[in-house]
Design a protein around this ligand. Structure first.
Ligand SMILES: [Zn+2]
Length: 1007
């Protein structure tokens, strides 16, 4: 054992300097796969599990980044993901009579706006105290809307401006876009304006005619010559690394008008925009599927029209048209495939489109406009993301009787015997797109009660966008035997023409009718009838205009991932109180609406607890992969003592069990190696195929691995000798009642087991193939591969971490926190500039933070420390030569970074782990408080202590799957329930408790 003093944390972590635009790093070079189809998988005896085929899918485990936070004096809305406020309103309760002002002169109004900006500045939580605002002159005659721009040291921050709306009662609002620019920004240019104008002109000469304009031409254009001014700008939309740059306005000829952004530090061009001809949009009129003429906006290039609407404020000039629009409403066709060949829809005229294309394109625009105009939401993801619709989508090659949102795009089938082409229904489109909004706000899990709220909100906003009735799908429903009302669902009358739950059209409208089922993700499309009717009752009392404001606020601010019906009630009542006051009629009517459907006042659901910390010592596993110096060693963090584990070549980041006793890794040759850390016993665990990556479950009993091929599967086996591999098929989940096959995943890469050892979190490379360009991205998903209660492999259900990532944004290398199963950290990569950042997110509350300011093209492989007080990661050494270990100290919430440090420890991968044993917890999704004892039992009596409300069913199942005992109860709260079972053979049994709260299973052993 060698003792080396290390952990010299010397340098405060700073954001690395700019990287060259020309040397865009190949971030995922280690993640590339062999595109040939592997021959390993021809083996017919291999067990394959395809979760798509499983209709009783288990919970969606979704998440997104934060939206809104509370404050005592102000109502504050935050930008998604950035945690910067874009909307701040003084609460009416904060207004004192003396605050009332008279808005009579421009000077008074500007002064009032300036004072209000000073008041809200603490709320903006700037990291940098050199931030300032400049109030602009009032627009002529407009006294109440005062524009401002954000500046740092007198230099405007590009795109950061807004309006203060003044009210005589003092309820002013701040509405704008600001950026939290780090304090270490260097505001002094090292390159002069003349130099950058020269750079821009030289660049222009490569592609356009550059000539000196005549005096007359200059007068016509009102142009004096190239102008350069300093601005501060982020290197990309999402990853905020700021620098000072020159913005140059330049007209090289009579037609073109360029804006260049050139780094004032390096003198290199950051980006340029031609303000002429960036997007020629055309409008045309054509009939939709309902025979109604719709006006639509398309994009025209060289005489060809594309169904790309570039006319909305979210449109980004960085788009490459028509191949890569950003911030566009974009409609394409799958050409009657299962999304395997997406192509542009083109026309030689702005008005010649098929009715299906017209419907899809105009639906998307109407939905965009609704969320923008009514709720000030910038597209579905809140960040100006494309809204992509794809028509002519099939399901398994057959006409699809459905429409779905798959997290990235809206897919429409052409119907059949039940439905007309689904693009014909605006409410169906709005329903599906609202799933996109939900995924990016409260992110309700798609099962049980939270799933039913998810469905209900989709229906509610569907009915608000298509506002003329309370029905969903009335314009596409064909089959009047199944749907006698002529609609799929009806918010005003959830029974919808049916008489009982066996009717396909029927939904419950009161908690008395709540349906307990394990199909349809626990009845998400069934029990949504109850909250649907509550909304109908509310909106008819207070008006749709007020109800939609309340529900939008509840959705984006109050609801959380595992919310149940009671939480919906609490959220709606709280949102109404926030908007209209505690004692308002709007609050009273909300209570009354929920009372009427039997969702009564009560306690909300509590957010999950954390696990006990690992009681052992903390270590850092260091992997070095430098040529001729392959090493795997551990460092005890309290003493800095280093221990060599092996000098075997390590190909990828190792995976260690929670007690640190066993680790696995893949060698560069593709074998899985196993090492027991106590004895350093090292052996080949599996080399039956060429592996790329491996992960051991936290309890050490199971292994998940991916091969080196372009293979959309994850392989799982027990670590016991001779256990077979089970192959799980990856897919993109959708929000539909039936199992739709949404294609996309090419292969998984990084893998990590969840704490209970049931699901694997993985990152995945997706390609949705187009005729020219494809939609390509990495995202993070969960696949359920094991069921602890059944002690067997599970159904392979896939759920997503994020939906609708912005253009060019990929996420990967996810890792759980050590003690809070609902907190994860992962990398976020802006592929357009090569910046890597980390985000930590609380899956339950949808809160998250950026952790780094840009890892300069270096993947960081984050890992939480034993107590979760730190996140360790890989970064460049200050010398820029080697890669080293660094860490960020985290706040108690485990998601907010405090400060970061470099170490002198070099290596490629760093895993924190500890060597103690602990209970790893149950599946957090199944967390009903219940106790069954004795277990094992030897006579025929068992007792269950539990706390359900309402109809509850207890079922005992033997190893053959037969029901051997069943009992139905109607419960009113906590009981000790004694059961005398029939005479049973010794062996393992499964007990199921089925209640409104979900389905809970446990293993029982008879001795
Ligand atoms: Zn739905």
């Amino acid at each position: 054992m060698k003792k080396i003093s290390c952990f010299l944390f010397i340098t405060i972590l700073t954001i690395k300097g700019a990287i060259s635009q020309n040397s865009r790093p190949d971030l995922f070079s280690s993640k590339k796969r062999n595109p040939k189809t592997s021959t390993y998988f021809r083996n017919a005896s291999e067990t394959t599990i395809d979760g798509r085929l499983n209709r009783n899918a288990l919970p969606y485990f979704l998440n997104s980044i934060p939206s809104i936070q509370g404050n005592t004096s102000f109502l504050i809305s935050l930008d998604q993901g950035k945690k910067t406020p874009y909307f701040i309103k003084r609460k009416p309760s904060e207004i004192k009579n003396t605050r009332k002002i008279s808005l009579v002169s421009p000077e008074l109004c500007k002064k009032e706006a300036a004072n209000f900006l000073i008041e809200v500045t603490p709320v903006l939580k700037f990291h940098n105290n050199t931030n300032e605002f400049e109030i602009l002159n009032n627009q002529e005659g407009d006294l109440r809307h005062i524009r401002f721009v954000q500046k740092i040291a007198g230099i405007p921050v590009l795109g950061c401006d807004g309006v203060i709306h003044l009210n005589e009662d003092g309820t002013h609002t701040f509405h704008g876009h600001i950026e939290n620019v780090p304090a270490n920004l260097n505001a002094n240019p090292s390159v002069s304006a003349d130099q950058v104008v020269e750079t821009a002109l030289n660049d222009l000469k490569k592609t356009v005619v550059v000539r000196t304009l005549t005096l007359e031409e200059k007068q016509i254009l009102e142009y004096k010559g190239p102008e350069a001014k300093l601005v501060i700008l982020p290197r990309s939309e999402l990853i905020k690394v700021y620098e000072i740059a020159w913005e140059i306005s330049i007209r090289p000829n009579l037609i073109d008008h360029y804006h260049f952004y050139v780094s004032a530090v390096t003198g290199k061009i950051i980006f340029k925009e031609n303000h002429t001809c960036t997007a020629i949009h055309a409008t045309g009129t054509a009939p939709d599927l309902n025979g109604i003429n719709q006006t639509l906006t398309s994009y025209q290039k060289d005489g060809t029209y594309y169904l790309i609407d570039t006319s909305n404020p979210m449109f980004s000039a960085k788009s490459v048209l028509p191949e890569q629009p950003i911030g566009a409403i974009w409609t394409m066709t799958a050409g009657n495939t299962d999304l395997t060949n997406i192509a542009q829809i083109t026309s030689s005229s702005a008005s010649a489109w098929t009715p299906t294309a017209v419907s899809a394109h105009s639906n998307a625009k109407i939905c965009y406009d609704y969320f923008k105009n009514t709720h000030n939401r910038n597209s579905l993801n809140g960040q100006g993301g494309n809204i992509i619709s794809v028509i002519n989508v099939t399901d398994g090659g057959k006409s699809m009787e459905n429409a779905y949102w798959n997290g990235k795009l809206m897919a429409y089938g052409n119907g059949g015997s039940y439905f007309k082409p689904l693009a014909g229904a605006l409410d169906v489109a709005a329903h599906e797109m609202t799933h996109g909004v939900i995924q990016n706000s409260c992110n309700l899990r798609y099962s049980g009660q939270s799933g039913a709220i998810n469905e209900s909100l989709a229906d509610i906003f569907g009915a608000l966008v298509d506002r003329d009735d309370w029905k969903i799908g009335e314009s596409i429903t064909k089959n009047l035997t199944l749907f006698p009302s002529g609609a799929l669902r009806d918010l005003s009358n959830p029974h919808n023409g049916g008489s009982s739950k066996s009717d396909y059209c029927w939904q419950p409208q009161h908690m008395d009718e709540f349906v307990i089922t394990s199909s349809d993700n626990g009845g998400v499309h069934i029990n949504s009838g109850i909250p649907n009717r509550a909304f109908y009752l509310y909106a008819t009392q207070v008006t749709k205009e007020k109800a939609e404001k309340v529900y939008y606020l509840a959705m984006t601010k109050y609801l959380f991932a595992s919310s149940r019906f009671i939480d919906l009630r609490i959220s709606v009542v709280s949102a109404a109180a926030e908007l209209y006051g505690e004692n308002s009629n709007e609050v009273a009517q909300a209570k009354s609406a929920f009372d009427q459907v039997g969702i009564l006042e009560g306690q909300g659901t509590k957010v999950e607890d954390t696990l006990p910390e690992n009681p052992g010592d903390e270590y850092l596993l260091v992997t070095k992969t430098i040529k001729d110096n392959y090493r795997l060693e551990t460092i005890k963090t309290s003493t800095s003592v280093r221990t060599l584990i092996t000098s075997t070549k390590v190909g990828r980041k190792p995976s260690i069990s929670d007690n640190g006793r066993v680790m696995y890794f893949v060698t560069p040759e593709g074998a899985i190696k196993q090492i027991y850390t106590g004895s350093n016993d090292e052996s080949i665990f599996d080399n039956s195929r060429k592996w790329n990556n491996v992960s051991v479950s936290k309890d050490g009993t199971k292994i998940a691995a991916v091969t080196d091929d372009e293979d959309s599967s994850i392989y799982v086996r027990k670590t016991t000798a001779e256990s077979p591999w089970i192959r799980f098929i990856l897919y993109n989940p959708t929000f539909t009642q039936d199992s739709i096959r949404s294609k996309g995943p090419k292969y998984a890469d990084a893998l990590e087991w969840d704490h209970p050892g049931e699901s694997i979190m993985y990152d995945c490379y997706n390609v949705i193939k187009g005729d020219k360009d494809s939609i390509v991205f990495w995202d993070v998903n969960f696949i359920k591969v094991w069921d602890n209660a059944e002690n067997d492999f599970s159904d392979g259900t896939v759920t997503k971490l994020y939906a609708d990532l912005p253009q060019d944004i990929s996420i990967g290398n996810p890792s759980f926190s050590k003690n809070s199963p609902h907190i994860v950290v992962y990398e976020i990569i802006d592929e357009s500039v090569g910046y890597v950042d980390m985000i930590s997110t609380n899956l339950e509350t949808s809160e998250g933070s950026f952790i780094l300011g840009g890892n300069n093209g270096m993947l960081c492989f984050p890992s939480y420390s034993k107590s979760d007080a730190r996140i360790g990661f890989t970064t460049w050494a200050p010398s820029g030569q080697d890669t080293i270990f660094a860490y960020v100290n985290m706040d108690v919430d485990k998601i907010t970074p405090k400060n970061g440090f470099y170490s002198s420890i070099s290596g490629k991968y760093f895993n924190y782990y500890a060597n103690g044993d602990r209970v790893l917890g149950n599946d957090p999704i199944k967390s009903l408080d219940y106790k069954i004892y004795p277990n094992p039992f030897d006579n025929n009596n068992i007792t269950i202590d539990f706390n359900p409300i309402g109809a509850t069913e207890i079922v005992l199942i033997n190893s053959l799957g037969q029901n051997i005992y069943q009992e139905n109860l109607n419960l009113n709260g906590f009981i000790h329930h004694h059961i005398t079972l029939p005479e049973l053979k010794a062996g393992t049994y499964i007990i199921k408790i089925i209640s409104k709260d979900g389905i809970f299973t446990s293993k029982l052993i008879k001795l």
